[in-house]
Design a protein around this ligand. Sequence first.
Ligand code: ZN
Length: 163
Amino acid sequence: MKIEHNKVVQFHYRLREQGADTEIENSHSGEPVAYLQGHKNIIRGLEEAMLSREVGDVFTADIEAIYAYGNRVEGSEQRVPIKHLLVKKNSKLKKGMIVSIQTDQGERQATIIKTGKFNVDVDTNHPLAGKNLTFDVEVVDIRDATEEEIAHGHAHGIGGHQH
Ligand code: ZN
């Protein structure tokens, strides 16, 4: 079976910034990730690189920023009261730290650029925005999606949505 539209795929990956050895994410310590092909569950560049792969395939995909988390948007800095940050009490806030912020539109991630006594200045670009990425991928499983999964637009079960 090959990966195509409406297949549920499980895969493991290691994520690096292109040209760097430092690992940003690695799924191998847990369950593989599951997603539904063709429904934008994963970044566009990776979904395209997955097409026609088979179980056991191991490959490396170099993905430009615009096909990953997009370009950085200038003017995305803002001042946020520390009490709006979703961090553990008394955690030490530092420049470069990635934090979650409670906003009217829900939770979003941001990077601290400056800390103060009551406020922090953050950059609300996705931490991986503007970065060209390299994924080392191993395809673990491919199956047909259920009608329910297609209706929901995502995968259910291990590595997918649990509900
Ligand atoms: Zn669902």
